[in-house]
Ligand binder design. Structure first.
Ligand SMILES: CCCCCCCCCC(=O)SCCNC(=O)CCNC(=O)[C@H](O)C(C)(C)COP(=O)(O)OP(=O)(O)OC[C@H]1O[C@@H](n2cnc3c(N)ncnc32)[C@H](O)[C@@H]1OP(=O)(O)O
Length: 221
């Protein structure tokens, strides 16, 4: 559903997305190594210098704060730098939107130590991040991409790190531009044992409102 390269992607777009994803994967490995390392102080200081060098290398024609990247399909599609699904984001697990199953969107991911809350378990805010995203996808797939205006979570069991997770979401009710959405996190090994459950309200802005909120949106309709 969220392929890196839909059939319409040109060669140049394919190459750009591939390069962004390659950098993202190595940055995620770096972040995980950095939060787990037992290397001595002098190695940390050496790594900090190398990181400064990389930052300088990448600080070329940075995009503006509200600019939609050319490699993205927004709203409701590919977001290369999303902190949840973005193959190019060092913050993202990244979560893969896998299927639309009987109206429910299903995403999978594995959290690392960089996402830790209680030792060995995922941070509660990270669970909210995963659910918010997949619930947003459920709205898009129901035909009304929208913004979260309310998100309630029930943390039933801790979310284990380094364990494949299954995040599901489904629109349960629609009232005009407002969608009520239900979401869950479970492990892929035990999909019926809900670890975190969510109820959310999403609002799909009208075209004028979307134009004001997202000035670089190409087609707010
Ligand atoms: C285009 C989408 C792009 C999506 C990108 C991916 C996003 C991933 C998910 C996110 O993280 S979104 C980021 C977090 N959310 C925000 O930053 C939203 C901040 N909120 C706003 O900017 C405004 O609330 C918003 C522009 C969305 C709406 O402003 P309005 O002044 O038009 O809202 P209003 O208060 O009139 O409420 C809109 C409708 O929702 C209803 N409503 C509000 N709160 C509700 C509630 N708690 N329960 C049920 N309905 C509720 C409200 O009654 C009303 O219904 P009606 O249209 O029928 O009159």
């Amino acid at each position: 559903m969220s392929p890196l390269d839909p059939p319409s992607a040109t060669d140049a777009l394919h190459d750009r997305r591939t390069a962004i994803a390659a950098l993202g994967a190595d940055l995620r490995a770096l972040v995980e190594a950095a939060v787990r390392t037992g290397a001595p102080d002098e190695v940390l200081l050496l790594a900090a210098k190398e990181a400064q060098h990389l930052t300088a290398l990448l600080t070329v024609r940075p995009r503006g704060r509200a600019e939609v990247p050319e490699v993205d399909v927004f709203p409701g599609g590919i977001r290369m730098y999303s902190p949840v699904t973005g193959a190019g984001s060092p913050l993202a697990p990244p979560l893969q939107i896998e299927t639309v199953d009987d109206g429910a969107v299903v995403g999978t991911c594995t959290l690392g130590v960089a996402h830790e809350g209680p030792p060995g378990y995922g941070h509660g805010g990270v669970s909210a991040l995963l659910l918010d995203e997949v619930m947003g996808w459920a709205c898009s797939y129901a035909g009304q991409p929208g913004m979260t205006i309310e998100l309630n979570l029930s943390y039933k069991r801790p979310v284990v790190l380094e364990t494949p997770l299954r995040v599901t979401a489904r629109v349960t009710e629609r009232h005009g531009r407002t969608n009520l959405v239900h979401g869950t996190i479970a492990t892929t090994a035990a999909p019926r044992t809900v670890l975190v459950e969510a109820e959310a309200v999403f609002f799909a802005p009208a075209p004028d409102q979307a134009r004001a909120l997202f000035p670089s949106l190409r087609d707010p309709a």
